[in-house]
Write a new protein. Structure first.
Ligand code: GRF
Length: 212
């Protein structure tokens, strides 16, 4: 008997390698989701090609066509809600979203961020990690709240910082892990195993970060 698949919408701005890892996991039947649509604010995002290749509907909502962040976000909500998703995932979506948008998807909006949050929220995380001289770096999947990169973390993956690393080398090492942890976090959500308890995420009733 086929399992019910969780309807999902993904938002991207660029290359879409995380999107690809989700498409691949869903295609292998590892992940009980149905990717209903991929939206991009950038008309030329390579991730749109990946989606079309996989037969997934795409939409462009170009932020340059809107006078305010509020208008842009309202247009996004309109398009996203037309697909009736149970989960919305940000996969390299490079626009800051308004609190109204974030609150509308409370508890069903995820992001992947290339650092071990709460370290290095924001941009240029790899260079900042190198500049800070940390020995370990990584990536985090978290629920999105109005605080930028501040929502409860679902899963993290760690990588060593190696001698001679530049930001690109470190980014590549982190990205490999991103492609593992995003589908895993989405799978847990789709299986109904995640809850938010105050600022922590519980997986099967226990703090998810203690269960790696
Ligand atoms: C990833 O490093 C992700 O963590 C960050 O933006 C990058 C997107 O890469 N939010 P891709 O478009 O998924 O290849």
């Amino acid at each position: 008997m086929s399992r019910r698949r969780l309807p999902l919408v993904a938002l991207i701005s660029g290359r879409g390698s995380n999107l690809q890892s989700i498409i691949d996991a869903a295609g292998d039947d590892d992940l009980p989701v149905e990717i209903r649509a991929v939206l991009s604010n950038e008309p030329d995002a390579y991730g749109l090609k990946r989606a079309r290749r996989a037969g997934i509907e795409t939409r462009v909502v170009n932020h340059r066509d809107y006078e305010s962040r509020h208008d842009f976000d309202a247009a996004l909500v309109n398009v996203i809600d037309g697909f009736e998703p149970g989960l919305v995932v940000l996969a390299g979506f490079m626009r800051i979203l308004t609190a109204d948008f974030v609150n509308h998807y409370h508890g069903r909006l995820m992001n992947i961020h290339p650092s071990l949050l709460p370290d290095f929220p924001g941009v240029d995380t790899h260079q900042r990690a190198l500049d800070a001289g940390v020995k370990e770096h990584g990536a985090s999947v978290h629920f999105v709240t109005p605080e930028l990169d501040g929502g409860p973390v679902i899963i993290q993956a760690r990588v060593p910082v190696k001698k001679g690393d530049d930001a690109d080398a470190l980014a590549a090492r982190v990205l490999e892990k991103e492609h593992l942890i995003y589908p895993r976090a989405i799978k847990w959500f789709a299986e109904g195993r995640l809850e938010i308890d105050d600022k922590r995420v519980l997986l099967d009733g226990k703090p998810s970060l203690d269960q790696r």
